[in-house]
Design a protein around this ligand. Sequence first.
Ligand code: NI
Length: 269
Amino acid sequence: MEIELICDRLWREYSSQNPSVKKIRALLTANGEEILNDHIAFRTINDPRVNIDILSGIFIKNGYSPKGEYHFKQKHLFARHFEHPSEPSAPKVFISELLLEELSGGVKKNMSIWLDSIYPKLNLAGDIIFAGNPGFIPSYEIYKSLRDESEYAGWLYVYGFRANHFTVSVDSLTKYNSIFKLNDLLKREGFRLNEAGGEIKGTPSDMLEQSSTMADIIPVSFMEGVYEIPACYYEFAKRYPDKNGNIYTGFLEKSADKIFESTNFYKKN
Ligand code: NI
């Protein structure tokens, strides 16, 4: 499967589930912008059946190479990013995994029950990155208890394997070619931005500035009934050249740490 087809399939599911994503893309397109993706991100756990090595498999097969590694101590996460060396327009891929051994027995048990239940059905979707949460109906009580310890675990338990977010390359925009201008447009249009650590994460001297929306709140069917909870968000990234004039292609732990919080639970209005 070619990279473009992979991205299209991920985009279709992601954008149809998250109305803000479609609206923002339409808004930028209506302003004459052509959008390139800076990166696509996935979440998983460090179980050898579904860890970063497994999720990155389809990208490695398509010519991607592993690049930076990132540690998020407080969130008990590890992440790696991947780049396609010969196709610079191919989005980077950012995959994080929850370090289960660092979490309480309750989280470990619930995440194991979840994985054991969906694992036999994962392959039916063709590749794990498209699999979602096959045949699994989450419990709202368990979702809440996971969130108390790890918002990330709660999200994964409900949504499974899918694109967690796409990221607009702000460098590909002409009119809205700064994070500040883009954020301003989005706020005027009523979109809610992630304010954790400030609306703009990183600085030009860090060589990467990022912002993101707060995830769309969507209705989800739980065992106990339908509840409205956060799904996925849209991110925006502007990159700067290093001393040698090469555009920085990595990620910043401090910024990514706050961007993860775009899926934290919140109430609409
Ligand atoms: Ni991201």
